[in-house]
Design a protein around this ligand. Structure first.
Ligand code: FES
Length: 164
C-alpha cells in the first residue's frame, strides 16, 4: 500500500478544477492499459494560453492528485510552455510519489498535451514539424510501392519449387 505525502493527499481529497468544459477547444484522453486508469483533459484557449483546464479522471489516488496539480500548473500558461511539461516535474510539484506510482504522472502530462494537439489540429495551428510528418510517411509509402515485391522468403520458396 503506497504512502502519500500531505500534498498528494490534499490534491486527492480536494481535487482542483474537476469537471468537463462544454464546447472545449481541445480534448485529450490518456490511459494506462496495465492499471486501467484513464484521464480526459478539456481545455479552453485564448491568445495561445490555457484560459481554462478541467479533467475527468478514473483512477487511483495518485492519478487524481496528478490531474489536479497538472490542471493548476497549466492554467494561464502558453501552449508551448505546457507542451514542455515533464512527468518528473509533476512528481516534484506533488512533493514526490511512491516509485510504483510514477507512471500516474505520465498520464496527466500526456492527456493534457493530447488536448493541446487536438486544439491545434482543429484550428490548423499544428506546428510545421508535425504537419510535415504525414507527407514524409506518404513519400516513404510511395517509394516502397515502387519497389519490386520479391522478398528473400519468396526467392527461397521459388527455388524450393525448382524455379529460379
Ligand atoms: Fe495507474 Fe495510478 S495506478 S495511473
Amino acid at each position: 500500500m503506497p504512502v502519500y505525502n500531505d500534498t498528494v493527499m490534499d490534491h486527492f481529497m480536494n481535487p482542483r478544477n474537476v469537471g468537463e468544459i462544454e464546447n472545449a477547444d481541445g480534448v485529450g484522453e490518456e490511459g494506462n492499459p496495465v492499471c486501467g486508469d484513464m484521464m480526459t483533459f478539456y481545455i479552453k484557449v485564448k491568445d495561445d494560453k490555457l484560459e481554462d483546464v478541467k479533467y475527468k479522471t478514473f483512477g487511483c489516488g495518485a492519478a487524481i492528485a496528478v490531474s489536479s496539480i497538472v490542471s493548476e500548473l497549466a492554467k494561464g500558461k502558453t501552449l508551448e510552455e505546457v507542451k514542455k511539461m515533464k512527468p518528473m516535474q509533476v512528481v516534484e510539484e506533488l512533493g514526490g510519489l511512491p516509485k510504483n506510482k510514477h507512471h500516474c504522472s505520465n498520464l496527466g502530462a500526456q492527456a493534457l498535451i493530447k488536448a493541446i494537439e487536438d486544439y491545434e489540429a482543429k484550428t490548423g495551428k499544428a506546428p510545421a514539424k508535425a504537419a510535415a510528418k504525414p507527407k514524409a510517411k506518404a513519400a516513404a509509402r510511395s517509394k516502397a510501392a515502387a519497389k519490386p515485391r520479391t522478398t528473400a522468403k519468396a526467392k527461397t520458396a521459388t527455388k524450393a519449387r525448382g524455379g529460379k
